[in-house]
Design a protein around this ligand. Structure first.
Ligand code: DGL
Length: 282
C-alpha cells in the first residue's frame, strides 16, 4: 500500500484526458499533474528540447514525492521514455504508447487499415508503427503528423468550424487515400476533438490511448503493491502558465465531486535551474 500521489505530466492540458479514467476506476488515488502550458506545444520542438523539458518535470514530480510517473504525452513517450526510466530508477515510469499500441494490435487484423495521427515528433519516431507491428507484423499502418491541432485545442477552439476545417485539412485525404477504418489518436490532446472527428467520419473506429493507459497504471500498481488504501484528500495541478482553459477543464472534470483541487504555477526557469543544479536524482 502506498498513499503517495501518482504523478502525471504533459506539455499542456492534453494529459488531463487520462485523468477521468483513473479517478473513475481508482477513486482512492491522489494525483499530482504538471502541464507545461508555457512551453507547449512539444511536438514540433527538437528532441533535445523535449528531453530537457521532460527531465525537469520528472525531477519536479519526484521532488513532490510521487510513487509513479505517468507520461501522459505521446510525444515524450516516443522520444525519451527509456532515458526517464534511467533517470528515476526507483520509480516506475509509464508511457502511453505501449498500452495504446497493444490495444490497437489486439482489435485489428490484416483486413484493417490503421491510421495513427500525432505530433511531428511522435510520427517521426515511428514508435506507434514499430510497437503495433511488434505485436502483429501483418497489420497495415499509415501515419500522419497534424501539428496545427494542439495549439487550437490549447486555445479552447474546439466547437468551431476552424477546428472542423483543420481536421479535414489533415484527415480527408489521409483517410480516403489509405482507406483508414481505425484511427489511433496518438496525442493526448486529440480525445478533446474526438467528437469532431467522429462527426466528420462517422464510420471510423477510434482508439483513445488516454483510456488504454489505465490498464498499464493498474498493472503497475498491482505488481509493485502501490495501491492507495485511504481516501484521497486533494489533487494538485501545476502548470508553467495557469491558463483559464487549463483550469476550466480541470474544474469540469471534478465538478460533481467535493474534492479539494489545488492549482499552482511553477516558473519554467525554476524547473531549469533545478535540472542544471542536478537535484532530484533518485
Ligand atoms: N499531448 C501531447 C502528446 O500526446 C503533446 C502535444 C504537443 O505538445 O505537441 O503528444
Amino acid at each position: 500500500m502506498d498513499n503517495r500521489p501518482i504523478g502525471f505530466f504533459d506539455s499542456g492540458l492534453g494529459g488531463l484526458t487520462c485523468i477521468p479514467y483513473l479517478t473513475d476506476a481508482l477513486p482512492q488515488e491522489r494525483i499530482v499533474y504538471f502541464g507545461d502550458t508555457a512551453r507547449t506545444p512539444y511536438g514540433s520542438k527538437a528532441v533535445s528540447t523535449i528531453r530537457a523539458f521532460s527531465f525537469e518535470i520528472s525531477d519536479f514530480l519526484i521532488e513532490n514525492d510521487v510513487k509513479m510517473i505517468v507520461i501522459a504525452c505521446n510525444t515524450v513517450s516516443s522520444v525519451c521514455i527509456e532515458e526517464l526510466r534511467k533517470r528515476h530508477p526507483k520509480t516506475p515510469v509509464l508511457g502511453i504508447i505501449d498500452p495504446a499500441a497493444r490495444a490497437t494490435a489486439d482489435i485489428c487484423g490484416p483486413a484493417n487499415r490503421i491510421g495513427v495521427i500525432g505530433t511531428k515528433a511522435t510520427i517521426r519516431s515511428n514508435a506507434y508503427r514499430d510497437k503495433i507491428l511488434n505485436r502483429n507484423k501483418d497489420l497495415d499502418i499509415a501515419q500522419l503528423a497534424c501539428p496545427a491541432l494542439v495549439p487550437l485545442i490549447e486555445e479552447g477552439i474546439v466547437e468551431h468550424e476552424i477546428m472542423d476545417l483543420s481536421i479535414q485539412y489533415y484527415l480527408d485525404q489521409f483517410i480516403s487515400y489509405n482507406g483508414i477504418d481505425t484511427l489511433v489518436l496518438g496525442c493526448t490532446h486529440y480525445p478533446l476533438i474526438r467528437r469532431n472527428i467522429q462527426k466528420l467520419y462517422p464510420s471510423l473506429r477510434i482508439v483513445d490511448p488516454s483510456r488504454e493507459l489505465l490498464q498499464s497504471i493498474r498493472e503497475t500498481l498491482t505488481q509493485e503493491s502501490l495501491f492507495a488504501e485511504s481516501a484521497r484528500a486533494e489533487h494538485t495541478f501545476y502548470a508553467s502558465d495557469l491558463s483559464e482553459s487549463f483550469m476550466n477543464m480541470i474544474r469540469r472534470i471534478f465538478e460533481s465531486t467535493a474534492l479539494n483541487i489545488v492549482f499552482k504555477t511553477v516558473d519554467p526557469d525554476a524547473l531549469r535551474r533545478g535540472r542544471e543544479g542536478g537535484r532530484n536524482e533518485n
